[in-house]
Design a protein around this ligand. Sequence first.
Ligand SMILES: [Zn+2]
Length: 479
Amino acid sequence: MSTARYEPVIGLEVHVQLKTQTKVFCGCANDFGAPENTQTCPVCLGLPGSLPVLNAEALRSAAKVGLALGCRVRSFTKFDRKNYFYPDLPKNFQISQYDLPLAEHGRLAVEGGGVSREVRIKRVHLEEDAGKLLHPEAGGSSLVDFNRSGSPLLEIVSEPDIFSPEEAYVYLTGLKLLLQYVGVSDCDMEKGTLRCDANVSMRPAGTTGLGIKTELKNMNSFKAVRAALEFEITRQTGALEAGERLVQETRLWDEEKQATRSMRSKEEAHDYRYFPEPDLPPFTFSDADLEVLRRELPELPLARVRRFCSTYGLAPKEAAVLIASKDMADFFEEGAHLFQEVKKVAHWLMGPVLAQMNARGVSLDQLGLSPASLVELIRLVEDGVISQLAGKDVLGAMLDSGKGPAQIVKEKDLAQMSAEGALGAIVDEVLEKNEKTAADYRQGKESALMFLVGQVMRSTQGKANPKVAQELLRKRLTS
Ligand SMILES: [Zn+2]
């Protein structure tokens, strides 16, 4: 690869839908899963004479995100009109924020995938979403659903601080996790509650200026963002090395072709003619207001990773897996309070429980497992009542039936034979049948012992506690 002569500079613009009860400037339900055009009113349909009223919950959620991102939240903020025409925007302007965004100058610690640094956040502002255009497959006229029109949307813009597609991917994953912890959005890219545009330019390696950038749109997953950036970096590098002049343009990602294509160049770019929204007064936050919001913030993902490492002695990688979903992290903590060997709880969660979630295609809360019943199962394994392997089967049976682990062990007769009396007879029998192997062991062939343990397991249909069987055999053979 000859990309070393040039290095990419990437900035990301993320839009997240806030999951408030009602829309941002009217009382309509914020529910665009409802039948088309049933959640509308004169305000979100943009009818003349209707007046917007700001949803306080949306403003508070937006400010919380600003605080979680370490931004300076403005004590005085206002809304502006961004003028443009598009069929999904009935007013012909969007209420957004221009020169006084709600929050600025934040940072997001980006950790994972070999990346560990901070990306500066340029701004966070609140605006309204547009309607959704529907293009019937049979052809004919396009339709528009205004249920989404006026939904609260948060725009989060990074500084051009990202230097590889992988870093972009890690940034997006971290941002999504943060937003889910703050609890303001589902951040589901497939449902459109999180959308991401990226801009990327190339500059000679080791310099600090910015090259001609392209803006990338139409990516439907974080993987698509990474793929689009990789494609664009290769394309721009090739053009620069061939001595071609790049143009500032917007390009669309084509998922099927795994390529970008030009949508519009800068000459066609919009002039939005921003001006202050005359129908909404400016809004103010006092220090006390911000302090209340700050106190409402939960422990954020990175802080939680650090605490899991220091309090429970987990490795950073283990902690990162557990906190990747807030439910999983909460479940672990509850389990850790019930069982002293917290690492065992962590390993059961990251191993067998995660495997069950993946196999069943469900989230942890859909699994129907409680921390108490998982800990009860772990105890049965640790006390030697059942083997580790049987424990995994019991977990599956618990999830299938909703029964407790002890009941399943009893019903399926899975308890291990640990009693020396019962096992002793079988051990004697095995030694009688395998005199030669026993002799081999006495002469120093260590592997012979494992063979004999295997025989004991076989004649008990796997129910012997292998540890006890091994001890009994060793005792008999060395006495
Ligand atoms: Zn409405």
